[in-house]
Structure formats: C-alpha cells, structure tokens
Write a protein that binds this ligand. Structure first.
Ligand code: GDP
Length: 439
C-alpha cells in the first residue's frame, strides 16, 4: 500500500549515500524529496511540512559514525518522526462496562459493517460474548448484510426491522444483551454517502443515550484527503475515541494514516486490509513506519499467523513429517491454514524486501485453486498414499480437476521434492548433532 512512498523515500536517501556527514546542503535536498514523497502519498501539506522541518532539525549537525551511513541515519530519523506522527504508542480499544458498548460511526461504504463483523470476531476470539446491533434504519440491506456476517462468524445479531428510531433500538439492544449475558455490544449505525446534518444529529443522540465505552470512526483510506476532512467533521460532533482505517490493501496512497492522527489528534486503533473477516490488524505506529520505509512488518505477520494457526493441527502435521508420513491430506490442510491468514499478497508484503519486489506480481487467493482442484480429485487412498499415483491415475486426475497433465506432473514433482526435503531434515536431526551441523 505504501509502495510508492517507500520507493520515493528510498531515492531521497540515496542522495545521501557516500556523504561523510549530514550538512545543511545535503540535507536540504533530501528533506525536500521526503516532503514531496509525503505530499504525493496524500499527506496533508501542513503535516508534511511540519514533519520534514522536524526531520531537518534532528538531522542537522549530527556527526555520522563510521558504522552508519548518513542515509541510514536519516532513515532512523525519519522512522522516529513518522512513528511519532502516527501517535507513538499503540492504543488499545477500551472495552469496559456490563455490557461494554462500542459505537461505530462513518460514511456509507467506508467498510463500517464489514469492520463490525471483524471486531465481533476479534472479540469473540478472546472468549467474550458479543452482540452485534444493526442500527441502520434506512437500508434494510444493511441489516441483512450484518446478519449474513453474524452467521458467518457465529455471533448473534440484534435488529428491529419495524423500528425507525436508532436511539430506541440501541437501548433495547443493550437491555437484551444484559438479559442474555452478552458482554460486548457492537452497534453498527447508519452511514450516508456524504456527511449530513440529520445523520450527525442521529448518531450524536445515540451516543448520548447509551454512553459507549468506545466510539470508533471508520474511514476508507482510499479517499485520501477527504478522509481527513470527514474525520475532522465527525470528531467535532462526536469526539470519538479512535479511528479505523479500512481498505489499506488497495492502492491507497496511505497519506490518510499519516495525517488523520496529526489533524484530529485521535489514535488509529485498527487497520483493515481486505474483505475477509481475518483481515484486521491492530495499529502499531512503529510497525507502520517500518512498513512505509520498506522495512517490512514481520511482527504483524507472526502475530496473525499465531492467531489463525491451529496449534493442534500443526503438532499433528509435525509428527507426520517426523515419521515421513506427510501426505496430500496434510498438504491440503496446510493450504487451508495459509488461506485463513488472509490475502496472500498482503502477507507477502509484510516480509521485508518482498513488498517492493512483489509490487507488480499478481498473486491472489485463487493461486491455490488448481492445486486444490487436483488434490480434491484424488481418492482418499491416493491422498493418504501418494505413491499410488501412477501415469494412468495422473491422467484421470488431470481430467477430473480440469487441469492439464503438465500441472498434475508439476504438483507431483513439487510434492516429491517436499517429501525428500522433509526426509533429509529428519535424518539430519536424528544423527547426533545433526542440527548443529546445519547451522
Ligand atoms: P458500510 O457501508 O460502511 O457498512 O461499508 P461495507 O462494510 O458494506 O463495505 C463497503 C465495501 O467495501 C464492501 O464491498 C466491502 O466488502 C468492502 N470492504 C470493507 N472493508 C474492506 C477492506 O479493508 N478492504 C477491501 N478491499 N474492501 C473492503
């Protein structure tokens, strides 16, 4: 998402390469380039100017140690300033009260309803009972959308289709939650295409009546500077507690993430990076700064993996690998696990250095489809015992999966190589000091 900005910053840093120290002359052109890169990334001009002025002050007169190049030192300074600009520390959502109430606000199409589902799923994973409330009294379709999401994630949805009063609906929902032992209530309110007075009054009234522990403002990061303006309008009326930036998987220039916090002085708490329920991350200013600078975001990747991976399944598969029994059923189960972690391109982008390298490469979740189709065409015996799959069976698999014989052969070859590698690793770890020899 920030590819453009990081490429440009890269170029700005290059002008400092090979210089012995940071001086007014060499820093001026770099700072100018950084400012241009930020503005191009849709960062509010005033914010960009403030931050680059600070960077310049920080950089000036610093002696460059032999261990670091001026460019590296600048990266560090820019990293620190960007982190600061996005709020410094990570800020958690406040879930307090019985039930705790979270109110969602934002324009129509911002991704509010999708986020309501994601947040519910996130909270449910922490073993807390959740009630989703459909409070959009204008669009019956919005209520249905929430119900579909609720069903998908196994969370109850409260709605009153005949009632047109959002204040009443939310109060009734909280009452219902109390009676039915739901600890967290998430209220999805109506959004309009543009800010309008009636919508503002309505959500203000809801907020006043239910006094939520957390009011979040959901905004589409693709809308650039508009996102900042909308955030300001909502904040003036609602005094919200935090921001949710959505659609950061798209080609948003990312400037919104950098300017919203600076303009409304409210922390970004979550980022949403796809339509799937799992595509939700907590917002860490330092990690986002690393990501902008192309340093990757390994920590988020690891965390997401930990959340989604089924540990028992991982143990089971490990045991099979150790016994040289890894088969196509296990392979399929591994593919499912990877897919659960969300958008593939996103995952790749979090690996340092990969984001830029993969910028123009198309990888989507369909990448696994041909492989899955072939494995699913296998008989249970074939999956459990891949050595059965001879020439005529391969032909049958090609026909059954709608793939070419070449694809089937490729998959068999890859699978064989994978098993060979597993066997070698097993042997090495069985020989005394095997692993140590590898290192
Ligand atoms: P609402 O009108 O604010 O409730 O918005 P919706 O939740 O209905 O979202 C509007 C559209 O954006 C839907 O098609 C969603 O699937 C899509 N959407 C929501 N969040 C994301 C996201 O993080 N990334 C992408 N690519 N699409 C999203």
């Amino acid at each position: 998402m920030f590819d453009n900005l990081s490429t440009k910053l890269d170029r700005a840093f290059k002008t400092l390469k090979g210089q012995g120290s940071i001086t007014e002359i060499n820093v001026a052109s770099t700072v100018k380039e950084i400012r241009r890169a930020l503005v191009d990334a849709d960062v509010n001009y005033k914010v960009a100017k403030e931050v680059t002025d600070k960077i310049k002050d920080e950089a000036m007169g610093r002696d460059v140690l032999t261990a670091v190049s001026p460019g590296q030192l600048m990266v560090k300074i820019v990293y620190d300033e960007l982190t600061e600009l996005m709020g410094g520390e990570k800020k958690d959502i406040l879930i307090k009260g019985d039930p705790a109430v979270v109110l969602l606000s934002g324009l129509q199409g911002s991704g509010k309803t999708t986020f309501a589902g994601k947040l519910a799923s996130y909270i449910k994973k922490q073993n807390r009972t959740v009630l989703l409330v459909a409070c959009d009294v204008y669009r019956p379709a919005a209520i249905d959308q929430l119900k579909v999401l609720g069903e998908q994630i196994g969370v109850e949805v409260y709605a009153e289709t005949e009632n047109k009063n959002p204040v009443e609906i939310s109060q009734n929902a909280i009452e219902y939650a109390r009676k039915n032992n739901k600890k967290v209530v998430i209220i999805d309110t109506a959004g309009r295409l543009a800010v309008d007075e009636q919508m503002m009054r309505e959500i203000e009234a809801v907020k006043k009546a239910i006094n939520p522990s957390e009011t979040l403002f959901v905004v589409d990061s693709m809308t650039g500077q508009d996102a900042v303006n909308t955030a300001k309008t909502f904040n003036d009326r609602l005094n919200f507690d935090g921001v949710v930036l959505t659609k950061l998987d798209g080609d948003a220039r990312g400037g919104a993430a950098l300017s919203i916090r600076a303009v409304v002085e409210k922390p970004i708490k979550f980022i949403s990076t796809g339509e799937k329920m799992e595509a939700l991350d907590l917002f860490y200013p330092d990690r986002m700064a690393q990501r902008i600078l192309g340093m990757g975001d390994v920590i988020s990747l690891v965390e997401r993996a930990q959340q989604q991976f089924d540990e028992d399944e991982a143990k089971r598969i490990n045991a099979k690998i150790r016994k040289n029994q890894f088969n196509f059923d296990d392979f399929l189960s591994q593919l499912e696990q990877i897919k659960k972690m969300g958008n593939l391109k996103d995952l790749v982008g979090m690996i340092p250095g990969m984001g830029k390298a993969m910028k123009d490469v198309e990888i989507d979740d369909d990448a696994f489809k041909p492989i899955e189709a072939i494995i699913k065409s296998m008989t249970p015996q074939e999956r459990a015992n891949p050595d059965l799959i001879n020439g005529s069976r391969r032909k049958r698999l090609a026909a059954g999966s709608g793939q070419g014989i070449q694809q089937v052969n490729n998959l068999m070859k890859q699978f064989d190589e994978m098993r060979k590698m597993m066997r070698t690793m097993n042997k090495m770890s069985q020989t005394k000091g095997g692993m140590a020899q590898m290192a």
